[in-house]
Design a binder for this molecule. Sequence first.
Ligand SMILES: Nc1nc2c(ncn2[C@@H]2O[C@H](COP(=O)(O)OP(=O)(O)OP(=O)(O)O)[C@@H](O)[C@H]2O)c(=O)[nH]1
Ligand SMILES: [Mg+2]
Length: 182
Amino acid sequence: MKPSKKPKKDEESIKIVLIGLDNSGKTSILNCLKSIKRISAFSNPMPTKGADVQEFEALNSKYAIWDLGGQQAYRDEYFIDFKKYMNETNKIIYVIDIQDIKRYETALLYLKRVMFSIEKQNKIDFSVFLHKFDPDLVFNHDLNEKRINELIKKIKEIFPPKSAYSIYKTTIYAIFEKNPIR
Ligand SMILES: Nc1nc2c(ncn2[C@@H]2O[C@H](COP(=O)(O)OP(=O)(O)OP(=O)(O)O)[C@@H](O)[C@H]2O)c(=O)[nH]1
Ligand SMILES: [Mg+2]
């Protein structure tokens, strides 16, 4: 049998898909999850080319993390056969760069497209990370609580009623922490 291009999901492994715009911080989060200790704080990962699948074990569980590079060309490509990427997914993490205010609308459109393209929307475990919520983040005229609350409102409008999803504030600058909003 011809080997498939992408590693097949191990029966017992937990599949997590990291998705979001380019530069939102997905690979950095993956590095933190893999305990590559804060490497992302010292180096800039290269933009991910297409889907990068990393497998590792932690706390007696096997994980397969699918890091879907967010550059425009890759984003379009995923939707040609979205199932291929989302098959047997246990969890989707959608990452938004909270500091990239100019691209909030683009990030929301992409989130919408992802939601419309997944099957069993109500059943999938979905998290949205409001990422780069650094401990020293300074609010200003453009980036402030009101702006963020508007963004959260728009995110909530994208999810169908009764769907189970969570929104967190995250950063790699605090030995990976996530604070629930909802
Ligand atoms: N301030 C801040 N910067 C971060 C954080 N996480 C990642 N970054 C930076 O954001 C930039 C992009 O990070 P990546 O992890 O490469 O982003 P990505 O989402 O994987 O990008 P693509 O692979 O192009 O889709 C890098 O310079 C990281 O160091 C964070 O929590 N706070
Ligand atoms: Mg990446």
